[in-house]
Design a protein around this ligand. Sequence first.
Ligand code: KG4
Ligand code: ZN
Length: 332
Amino acid sequence: MIILGIETSCDETAAALVEDGRRILSSIVASQVDIHHRYGGVVPELASRKHLESIVPVTLEALEDAQIDFSRLDGIAVTQGPGLVGALLVGFSFAKGLARMLKVPWRGVNHLEGHLHSVFLSDAPPPFPFVALLASGGHTSIYYVTGPTCFQLLGQTRDDAAGEAFDKVSKMLGLGYPGGAVLGRLAARGNPEKIKFPRAYLDRDRFDFSFSGLKTAVNQYIKRHGDDLDGRIADIAAGFQEAVVDVLVEKVIRAAETTACRDIAMVGGVAANERLRCRLLHEGTDKKISVHVPPLDFCGDNAAMIAAVGYHYIRRGDLSQMTDDVYSRLKR
Ligand code: KG4
Ligand code: ZN
């Protein structure tokens, strides 16, 4: 089955063609980073307008790249939420119209379930059941995954997401937005032991996170050393990154041990972080737990992961309705 995936939940307009939920035929991601960069964050209205400009060209490019025409599509999967409502509406309305015109089945997909499925786009996906750490700009959670669309939330952040903390610290250090990747590169040149920032393990037997105290501690450190930051920036970045990595690694390993899983998947934009990948792989090997990560290009937002989830729903006839709406947040 060839599924067209569409993703417009935040600041990336993406379209992809995926066969049988795993084989990527094409994946196009048009980033809006250049537009939002100067505002230090995503401006929702600008994001929606840019999606509107890009959605048709990006979809056509995905089809052309895969050398597939509309007649060969078996279904369409589109992000329904969570995300920016105006941004979601562009992709969702487009997918509805296209599905209606082509008379193909379609399905609205949870963006986070998309991230969870990004690991199936790798060469060595985990067997079920496994534990997944999802660390992105909007979410940081641990799931117990028992089947393609079956997952249970074990814990999540009580305040900032890990990626959000990376972005905010990057801004404090004058590295710009979005800051995760830049901060990660800078941290590689610093000494993670030099400045010890706090780690919030909360209740050690639970899988909740908190990153706002860490963010405040970095802010206070920067204010205290305001006149004399030049030689310290890489060490601050490394100290901050190490604090985030320590908590993420400890919690997900503990989750795997608690659920007796021998496999961990790590997904979401922050899963691209070199230090995090390296530390989790290392600790996993020590504990005889296999760590699975998507290819780097599929850690951040993309439409292949949306097509990968949609495939499972569409295949079993679990479809969306033409009257369905998008949602900004997950229901609690
Ligand atoms: O999954 P994603 O692309 O979008 C959301 O669904 O939020 O994640 C984006 C987040 C941003 O906060 C970005 O700063 C962070 O992932 N990120 C990183 C790295 N690359 C992206 N954080 C740390 N290290 C990186 N290399
Ligand atoms: Zn995402």
